[in-house]
Design a protein around this ligand. Structure first.
Ligand code: HAM
Length: 419
């Protein structure tokens, strides 16, 4: 039997109510903050991500689904949305119509990582990007929005970590400070970190190797080497979060796995999901638009992993939803009435009601079992003595009350009970 590809997952009808609930919560909160939805293609030219995310990142270096199409163009299934959103922003000159463009998305992403609980090769993100303002108030807004969404889903076990990576000039200075500190320890670093020493020394903070972590523990901190502007902006974010009543910790080692960040970065972790704790992450990326061919434009954003959030919700039992009930289940007493039942169902469906009936010639008892299974609000019996007299029997499934109505008055009756 052919199975789904490793790291991918079917979202079955029984999972859908939870997904829909999450999506509607996300959309509601994005609407409160006046973000507009954007949808971009599943694949893009590979150079967009290579340039946007950074050649040296794990995502570009080892995780992208890249392939050549028949015209020999290198394409990549999108591993994240920020670069794609910026591409669309530039291509359609969205900034010409509005100086601050606030966008949100809910979309599948693709990364060839080692699958484990909460880590997939096709996963889904929701996220937001605000392009056109350097205001740290927008950074605070990103943290507030993501936190409010997670809280609205009932999650409790959350930790917000924030950091500032400063401006590129600050970072260049700091990289030298860090290199100096690590110079005599370089030989003891892991292979990956030794490579990063030359390519992107900041990423050594990302190393999961214990001996690397020990070596880097006492390193000078970027946060203590910030330029004035970054420091002031970081203070504004902190003050604003305090005003919003949002708890946070400063994590000077939070560098994130994408190269486009400047100044603020943040992550929200959950203590309820095992090893993959990051539910969402983001930050400011003031240079990306320029790097992708636009004029200098400051921007900030975040993205959150839906599978991981739903896992946290499940583990915390943070919300429960049931599938929508159907309005009316039609129960056929005699099999010959099959086409009459289908006709009545069709009429009621055109009255905007959800209606179903048995297509398998099952017994009345089996049909009633089905009515219960689909959570029908009402059952309409068609057949028996009543039917011979031009009547039908309605049963309210929650009160068990029954009522007889004439076939001709179904419409009026249904309109009345469904009010
Ligand atoms: P990211 O940290 O790479 O950031 O991903 C954001 C979230 O996506 C993670 O916190 C995690 O919940 C989820 N995620 C990532 N990889 C996987 C995976 N393999 N399986 C399941 N979930 C995953 C970004 O993607 C940036 N574009 C965020 C951003 C937007 N920064 C500025 N604007």
């Amino acid at each position: 039997m052919i199975k789904s590809v490793t790291g991918t997952k079917d979202i079955l009808p029984s999972d859908i109510p939870r997904w829909k609930y999450l999506e509607s919560t996300v959309e509601k909160i994005f609407r409160y903050f006046n973000y507009k939805e954007i949808r971009t293609p599943i694949f893009e030219e590979t150079t967009l991500f290579a340039r946007g995310i950074g050649e040296e990142t794990d995502i570009v270096g080892k995780e992208m689904y890249t392939f050549k199409d028949r015209s020999d163009t290198s394409l990549t299934l999108k591993p994240e949305m920020t670069a794609a959103v910026v591409r669309a922003y530039l291509e359609h000159s969205l900034g010409a119509q509005q100086s601050l463009v606030k966008l949100y998305y809910i979309a599948p992403m693709f990364r060839q990582e080692r699958p484990q609980a909460g880590r997939f090769r096709q996963f889904h993100q929701f996220g937001a990007e605000a392009i056109g303002s350097p205001s740290p108030l927008l950074d605070a807004e990103m943290i507030q929005m993501s936190y409010e969404i997670l809280k609205s889903l009932g999650l409790k076990n959350l930790t917000i970590k924030i950091n500032s990576l400063g401006t590129p000039a600050t970072r260049e200075n700091y990289k030298n400070v860090l290199k100096e500190f690590l110079l005599d320890k370089k030989d003891n670093l892991s292979d990956d970190s030794r490579r990063r020493f030359d390519t992107n020394v900041l990423r050594i903070f990302d190393s999961k190797v214990e001996s690397d972590q020990k070596l880097i523990k006492d390193a000078p901190k970027l946060i203590d080497h910030l330029d004035e502007e970054s420091k002031n902006d970081f203070d504004v974010v902190k003050n604003q979060l305090a005003k919003f009543g949002i708890p946070f910790t400063i994590d000077s080692a939070l560098v994130r796995g994408l190269d486009y960040y400047t100044k603020l970065t943040f992550e929200i972790d959950s203590g309820s999901v095992g090893a993959q704790t990051a539910l969402c992450g983001g930050g400011r990326y003031d240079l990306l638009i320029e790097n992708l061919g636009g004029k200098p434009t400051p921007a900030t954003g975040f993205a959150a992993g839906i599978e991981r959030i739903l896992l946290a919700c499940e583990n915390e039992k943070s919300f429960s939803v049931t599938d929508l009930p159907i309005d009316i289940y039609l129960v056929r007493i005699e099999n010959e009435l099959e086409s009459v039942v289908s006709e009545i169902a069709s009429k009621l469906r055109l009255e905007n009601l959800s209606v179903d009936f048995d297509y398998l010639q099952r017994s009345v008892k089996a049909q009633m079992r089905e009515a219960n299974k689909v959570n029908a609000k009402y059952v309409l019996f068609i057949g028996g003595d009543e039917y011979k007299q031009g009547m039908l029997k309605f049963k309210n499934m929650s009160t068990s009350a029954e009522e007889k109505i004439s076939i001709d008055s179904i419409r009026e009756f249904v309109a009345k009970i469904m009010q």
